[in-house]
Design a protein around this ligand. Structure first.
Ligand code: ADP
Ligand code: MG
Ligand code: ZN
Length: 491
């Protein structure tokens, strides 16, 4: 909860690695985890005389990202040199974009949560976020301070990552709570993964975010902002923002002033600390990159990219509600990832009962997948097989309870539902004649209970049901058993 009389202002910058096979200005591989410095060449090492050549795949994936986030592509954009010295930056500058970026003017519609004190989402509401720009740039290398010999005396540098393509996505200061920022980053992550622009995995470092945070007394102008870095997960970011809000409000209330600075989140201490103040901040001396021509998009480029993209998550959620009659929360859950949405849609078709398929997936299937640490695309149970299982239940072949056990077995063995039902002799007896026969036997074998029942002790129905189920070894269709018994007992 934000203190009465105060308002929070947050703007976010996200760096997402675009999923190209090779780097943005040379042919070196972007593969993760290779021998340090093995994926390098004169261009990404910044050797004199080497010239960059733009990788068109990075442009296409950048365009996918921009369009998925509701930005407009600029027909002409310009690469610029951002100059600074750092050991992981061999050229002494980063090729980025400055005053003429690749895309601008986005308005993103997302859902944001209203949370209680313990962080549980109580309700969801729509929110609009203005995205200032998405531009293309290259990543730097990585300094290594641990895990190698004599790190007390040496630092190492791995330039495999230098020159990997990034999309930098900057919002207007439109967020008012840490949870809005949290929901936004998750929204962007899903959008980028969905269209195949980026893996957007914060743990692997291929999505990084920085939060700009300021506070003001309600009704006043924007306060001085602090930039937060070292946010290695969305949750860390949310916690860092919360900490920062409190720190700034306390500071101002006790007569101090917020200084414009960059602070790092320390998750062990649960606090932010100063990395550098604005006075030490860089003067990047941007100028247009002389070795690259302006990036001019061919006629019809945006339309072509759009046509190649899959149906976007929001559109798909709306269609799931429309076409399959799912509720908003169910459709949202099933469109939380593209593979899961595909899985549901195939299972829904095969089952001829979309609501049932949705229920099975959201409970049993997701639980099994989670336990196995797998995504929907790696499920050992194909969606068509789940559909077949649903049909067995709907056709009265097996009970819902049996189906749960069958599904567990399907996950364990990879066998089909019908094979397991056959093997274990699970098929329910739904043959009216067969049930009639067992019921007659059971009633005839229990004359005393029959007499009591007819004298008004109707609770004995349960006893008869139990006897019939036992005689059928649990296989009789319970609904049919009930109906048949009621008729028989009345006489
Ligand atoms: P800088 O030049 O310091 O990088 P920018 O104007 O480029 O600052 O803004 C960077 C980010 O900071 C953007 O996401 C923007 O929305 C956000 N921002 C700008 N002003 C504020 C503020 N007063 N409080 C919080 N965030 C802000
Ligand atoms: Mg900035
Ligand atoms: Zn290279």
């Amino acid at each position: 909860m934000i203190k009465e009389g105060w308002e929070v202002v947050i703007g976010l910058e996200i760096h997402a690695q675009l999923s190209t096979e090779s780097k943005i200005f040379c042919g070196c591989s972007t593969r993760f985890g290779d021998e340090p410095n093995s994926n390098t060449c004169p261009v990404c090492l910044g050797l004199p005389g080497a010239l960059p050549v733009l990788n068109w795949r990075a442009v296409e994936l950048g365009a996918r990202a921009a369009l998925a986030l509701g930005l407009e592509l600029n027909g002409r954009s310009v690469f610029a040199r951002k100059n600074y010295f750092y050991p992981d930056l061999p050229k002494g500058y980063q090729i980025s974009q400055y005053d003429q970026p690749f895309s601008e003017r986005g308005e993103l519609e997302m859902m944001t949560s209203v949370r209680d004190e313990s962080g549980h989402a109580r309700e969801w509401k729509p929110m609009k976020v203005r995205i200032l720009r998405l531009h293309l740039e290259e990543d730097a290398g990585k300094n290594v301070h641990e895990g190698l010999p004599e790190t007390d005396r040496f630092s190492y540098v791995d330039l495999n990552r230098a020159g990997t393509p990034l999309a930098e996505i900057v919002t207007e200061p439109d967020f008012r709570t840490s949870w809005e920022a949290y929901d936004y980053v998750n929204h962007v992550r899903r959008a980028l993964q969905w269209v195949g622009a980026s893996e957007a995995d914060m743990e692997k470092g291929n999505l990084r975010c920085e939060a700009n945070v300021s506070v003001r007394r309600t009704g006043e102008g924007f306060g001085t902002k602090v930039e937060l870095k070292n946010l290695n997960s969305v949750r860390f970011m949310q916690k860092a923002i919360e900490f920062e809000i409190e720190r700034q409000i306390e500071l101002i209330e006790s007569g101090g002033r917020v200084s414009q600075e960059t602070r790092l989140w320390d998750d062990h201490l649960g606090e932010t600390r100063v990395m550098r103040s604005k006075e030490e901040a860089h003067d990047y001396r941007y100028f247009p990159e002389p070795d690259l021509p302006p990036l001019v998009l061919p006629e019809g480029f945006a339309e072509r990219v759009r046509a190649e993209m899959p149906e976007l998550p929001e559109a798909r959620r709306a269609r799931f509600m429309d076409e399959y009659g799912l509720s908003y929360p169910d459709a949202s859950q099933l469109t939380s990832g593209r593979a899961l949405a595909d899985y549901f849609e195939r299972a829904a078709k095969a089952s001829e009962n979309a609501r049932a398929a949705s229920n099975w997936i959201r409970s049993e299937v997701l639980r099994e997948l989670e336990a196995a640490g797998r995504g929907a695309e790696e499920s050992p149970v194909a969606p068509e097989e789940l559909g077949a299982l649903v049909r067995l239940v709907d056709g009265g072949k097996i009970s819902g309870k049996q189906a749960k056990d069958v599904l567990v077995e399907m996950f364990r063995t990879g066998k089909t539902a019908s094979a397991i039902v056959e093997e274990q002799g699970l098929a329910q007896v739904s043959d009216a004649g067969e049930i009639e026969r067992i019921v007659s036997e059971v009633v005839a074998a229990n004359p005393k209970q029959l007499e009591q029942y007819r004298a008004g002790k109707e609770s004995l129905l349960g006893f008869f049901v139990g006897q019939v189920m036992k005689a059928s070894q649990g296989k009789a269709n319970p609904k049919l058993v009930n109906e048949t018994l009621l008729k028989k007992l009345k006489g």
